[in-house]
Design a protein around this ligand. Sequence first.
Ligand code: ATP
Ligand code: MG
Length: 173
Amino acid sequence: MQIKRLRISGFKSFVDPADLVIEPGLTGVVGPNGCGKSNLLEALRWTMGENSARSMRGAGMEDVIFAGTASRPPRDFAEVAILAERDGEETEIVRRIERGAGSAYRIDGRDVRARDVALLFADAATGAHSPALVSQNRIGVVIAAKPAERRAMLEEAAGIAGLHVRRRDAEVR
Ligand code: ATP
Ligand code: MG
C-alpha cells in the first residue's frame, strides 16, 4: 500500500485545510520546533484508528481538534483523509471527530466501523500501531521491546496481524 495524499483540516495545529501529496520514495518532514511535524505523523496514525489520546499527546481524543489561538477561534471538528493506492486501486479513508459526537470513519464515502479501517490497514501490513511508524522518543521503546511485543511487531510487518483481529472477532461471537 502506498499513501499518496493526506488532507488535514482542523486537526491540532492544522486549522486551515492542508493537502499534501506524498511522492513515491522517502519523504522527509522538516521545519522549526513546534511547526507541526509530529502533528502530521499523528494525523496519519489517528486516521488509521489510533484510539489512545495519550499517544496523541492529549488528555482526551477531542484534544486533537484545533483548540484555538489568541487570534483564531477553536474548531468544532477535525477531519483527516488518507488517499492510498493498493494493487493499482485508490481508496480514501476518512476519520472525523466532532465535539460531543465522537469519531466516525468512511472508506470511499461509505460509513464504516473503526474495525473496518483497522482491518484494511492490518491486511496492508501498516496501521496505527505499525512498526513502520516510529514517533519521536519511541525508538528506544522498539529497541527495548519484550520478545512478545517484538513478535507482535514482526507479525504486523509480515501482514498477518489482520488474521489475529479476525480470530478475536470470531471468538467473541
Ligand atoms: P519539534 O521539532 O519540537 O518536535 P514539531 O514540529 O514536531 O516540533 P508539533 O509537536 O507537531 O511540532 O506541534 C506542536 C504545536 O502544535 C504546538 O504549537 C501546539 O500548540 C500545537 N497544537 C497541538 N495541539 C493543538 C490543538 N489541539 N490546537 C491547536 N494547536 C495545537
Ligand atoms: Mg516533534
